[in-house]
Design a protein around this ligand. Structure first.
Ligand code: B1M
Length: 219
């Protein structure tokens, strides 16, 4: 589809000032939001990451593409969070793990979760273990989700979980994890209940887990 190709190439180029009208045009043509995200924006980010790996693109290129995707998401957001938020189905606490600054995927998970009626507390990026623990104590979430894009910092997952265990909070929350290098096996290795490969699956899995859950977020 021509408009998806245009959004893809504009995101690859990092031409963030040109992205708004293209996304508006796609919406007015009735293109599905999932298609815009998966078949244009995310696809472009994967391409940019691959070119970065091979040394054909550089850090400033990744930053501009990230800014372009973020700008596009701002246009899409109001169309995604249309569900009513009056009946909160549960609380999700989410953050990008310590040492990791990537937040586009996390923000997409947040938008989708809010669209499903969840209350979301966003701890941001580079979230250290004690910050997760303090936020769990303060907010009593039902689900605690870790987002991680770097294989190096995902190696800190045992320390994240140990901090929660040591604080006596492990049986009070459902743990969830996701991010490009994360797999079901990774989640299983650390006893993390919920894994989702993408944002819309994550939101559906959150709802399913809340429906099945026996724990109470400490409430
Ligand atoms: Co970086 N980066 N980056 N980067 N970056 C990757 C991740 C990389 C794969 C690129 C590459 O080399 N091919 C590579 C990691 C290699 C690895 O560890 N395996 C990499 C690297 C190496 C780095 C630096 C180390 C580069 C350097 O400094 N030399 C550096 C690290 C900085 C740090 O974090 N400490 C770095 C920096 C950056 C920027 C700042 C320039 C920028 C981030 C901007 C930002 O996020 N605000 C950036 C970007 C943009 C990328 C790529 C190109 C795109 C990531 C992205 O936004 N994708 C990325 C390449 C790639 O992923 N192929 C790359 C779009 C987004 C929608 O997808 O985040 O995967 P994603 O989220 C998905 C799913 O994963 C899932 O749902 C989302 C939507 O479907 N999901 C969850 C995510 N979180 C979830 C949580 C859940 C469930 C699902 O909870 C249950």
């Amino acid at each position: 589809m021509a408009i998806l190709d245009d959004i893809y190439s504009t995101t690859v180029k990092g031409a963030y000032k040109e992205i708004d009208p293209l996304v508006e045009k796609a919406l007015s043509e009735g293109v599905k939001i999932d298609d815009i995200i998966n078949n244009a924006l995310s696809k472009a980010m994967i391409y940019v990451g691959d070119k970065f790996s091979t040394g054909e693109l550089y850090m400033p290129d990744m930053l501009l593409s990230a800014k372009t995707m973020k700008t596009a998401m701002e246009v899409l957001k109001p169309h995604m969070s249309a569900s009513n938020h009056t009946s909160e189905k549960g609380t999700l606490l989410i953050g990008t793990v310590k040492g990791d600054l990537h937040d586009i995927g996390k923000n997409l998970v947040i938008t989708m979760a809010e669209g499903q009626g969840l209350k979301v507390i966003d701890l941001g990026i580079d979230v250290d273990y004690p910050k997760f623990v303090e936020a769990i104590k303060e907010n009593r979430p039902d689900i605690v989700a870790f987002s991680g894009l770097l294989t190096t910092t995902l190696g800190n997952m045992p320390a994240h979980i140990k901090a929660i265990v040591d604080a006596g909070l492990r049986d009070k929350v459902i743990l969830a994890v996701g991010g490009a290098p994360v797999t079901r096996e990774f989640a299983d290795r650390y006893g993390i209940e919920l894994y989702a490969p993408d944002a819309s699956t994550a939101a559906k899995e959150f709802i399913k887990a809340l429906e099945n859950k026996k724990i109470t977020g400490g409430k």
